[in-house]
Design a protein around this ligand. Structure first.
Ligand code: AMP
Length: 140
């Protein structure tokens, strides 16, 4: 299937929709997931368009995974998490709901179950505060 230039993340990348950004470089962006499955749930995207991993240019993988590692470390530190899940879905049958390649970074805490995927919207002020904590950890 073709890439849709008007998917939500393409619009965020163009600055047409807001996001709580924690990181950006020439090739990648990271921002808070608005329906977090755990405190600090963050998404990392390549700026280059692709629906998902299956149609992506492998040239994006090095920068994408490098940003995933940076943000995963920072999120773990920022929330004093016990672990971090890194996940990525390809097409609807696999759970994908937004069709621009992205990687989920989900801090995990011993004994705390994950909330449902695309469940409840988090309050903007909490997302903003969590983004600030990750930005601070990225600088530390
Ligand atoms: P996936 O199901 O892997 O395609 O993940 C899409 C993710 O994007 C879900 O976890 C949603 O909660 C999240 N999401 C949807 N809309 C937005 C948005 N405007 N800003 C940030 N995250 C979003």
């Amino acid at each position: 299937m073709a890439y849709d230039d008007n998917n939500i993340f393409a619009r965020i990348l163009r600055g047409e929709l807001p996001s709580h950004r924690v990181y950006e470089d020439d090739q990648t962006v990271a921002f808070m997931d608005v329906m977090p499955q755990a405190t600090g749930h963050t998404l990392v995207l390549p700026k280059a368009p692709s629906r998902n991993l299956l149609d992506a240019d492998p040239a994006v993988f090095a920068s994408l995974l490098s940003t995933v590692q940076k943000v995963a470390r920072a999120a773990k530190q920022a929330f004093n998490a016990d672990g971090v899940v890194v996940s990525q879905f390809n097409e609807a049958a696999a759970g994908q709901t937004v069709y621009h390649l992205h990687v989920h970074i989900i801090p995990r805490f011993e004994g705390v179950p994950l909330k449902p995927h695309t469940g409840e919207m988090e309050k903007p002020e909490i997302l903003a505060a969590n983004a600030e904590k990750i930005r601070a950890a990225l600088q530390g």
